[in-house]
Ligand binder design. Structure first.
Ligand code: ADP
Ligand code: TRP
Length: 321
């Protein structure tokens, strides 16, 4: 089984990225041939600062390695180190109906959040299809917001196979229901573009402030809260605390008597401890950036060799070679 996923270096990674994609992806490295890449070409659709892209790319690599990606088991590389993917994207784009892209909710969301509609943003899912198909990927671990993109990938692959003969494997999205959409501080899906994130790594003081700033309603501490399971702090607590302890807080909130401030303080402690080991590992890696670059370079060479084989197959299929 070949497992593939990507993440954009468009800002610091947060709990939604971690529980929705990174943790499942890191666990899957035990079950097959895993390829994870930093989608720096994709980040060009929203980030126009070259220095920030370079810095974020290294940060994503550090985050993944600190959180447990094992370079002996999984590849970790920059998308742009396999430029063949852009050639495949062109082949696929000629078979992609406009209507398919027009239906994309993530494109519509981005426009609604103020990004200007340009061709790269619109064509984004075609490059993503190329990312997936060029490695003969079987399984794509992602959060729920990416499900439609994997479905589009299947549609495009089917169209190519029907037009030019069997060439591509159809991938399956792998989504964990319990962490498919982690809420941010305002209750919407946590996202780098919504200014509602709690990062995995960062300054303790800043992050404590973010946790204490989770938006709650104005009900008094004593009041019973029959909808306790919907509380953002409870939902996040479920991710970072042992299940029995999270349940206890939820029951106390439901019964009345637990104030939101105390709940958030508890959440912060669990969250801070949850990432303690990863934080230490990250500090070690930061002191050994040469190693991180070596992982990226060696992984890219292996990924590129795989990509070249599939691209060669596609070139023959459509009559370029
Ligand atoms: P963002 O929305 O913050 O820009 P990305 O689009 O870079 O995040 O997403 C990277 C990965 O993390 C994708 O697989 C995506 O589905 C997942 N992801 C992002 N936000 C969340 C969330 N709030 N809950 C679950 N998964 C998420
Ligand atoms: N679109 C994904 C995101 O924003 C990132 C991505 C690019 C990706 N190419 C991919 C994810 C291929 C999975 C497979 O999160």
């Amino acid at each position: 089984m070949r497992i593939l996923s990507g993440i954009q270096p468009s800002g610091a990674l947060h709990l939604g990225n971690y529980f929705g994609m990174m943790k499942p992806a890191i666990e899957l490295q035990e079950q097959g041939e895993a390829l994870y890449f930093i989608a720096n070409y994709h980040s060009m659709t929203s980030l126009l600062d070259a220095a920030a892209r370079r810095r974020n790319t290294l940060d994503v690599a550090l985050d993944f390695l600190a959180c447990g990606l094992d370079p002996q088991k999984a590849l970790l590389f920059r998308q742009s180190d396999v430029p063949e993917v852009t050639e495949l994207a062109w082949m696929l784009t000629t078979l992609t109906p406009m209507g398919l892209l027009e239906r994309c909710t993530s494109y519509k969301d981005k426009i609604a959040h103020g990004l200007s509609p340009h061709h790269g943003l619109f064509a984004y899912p075609v490059l993503m299809a190329a990312d997936i198909l060029i490695y003969d990927s079987n399984v794509v671990p992602v959060g729920r917001d990416q499900k439609q993109h994997v479905e589009i990938t299947r549609d495009i692959a089917t169209k190519f196979n029907e037009t030019y003969g069997q060439t591509f494997i159809l991938p399956e999205p792998r989504i964990r229901e319990e962490t498919a959409s982690v809420p941010g501080s305002d209750g919407q899906k946590m996202s780098k573009s919504y200014n509602n994130t709690i990062e995995i790594f960062g300054q303790e003081k800043t992050l404590r402030k973010k946790v204490m700033g989770l938006v709650m309603d104005s009900r008094a501490p004593q009041e019973a809260k029959p909808d306790a399971e919907k509380n953002i702090a409870i939902q996040l607590l479920r991710l970072v605390a042992p299940p029995g302890e999270a349940r206890e807080y939820e029951d106390r909130l439901r019964a009345g008597g637990l104030g939101y401030g105390d709940l958030k303080k508890a959440l912060f402690e669990y969250y801070w401890n949850y990432f303690a080991a990863a934080r230490a590992k990250r500090a070690e890696l930061e002191a050994n950036i040469v190693y991180v670059h070596r992982v990226l370079d060696e992984s890219a060479a292996k990924a590129r060799a795989l990509a070249r084989q599939v691209l060669a197959r596609a070139r023959v299929a459509c009559g370029l070679d």
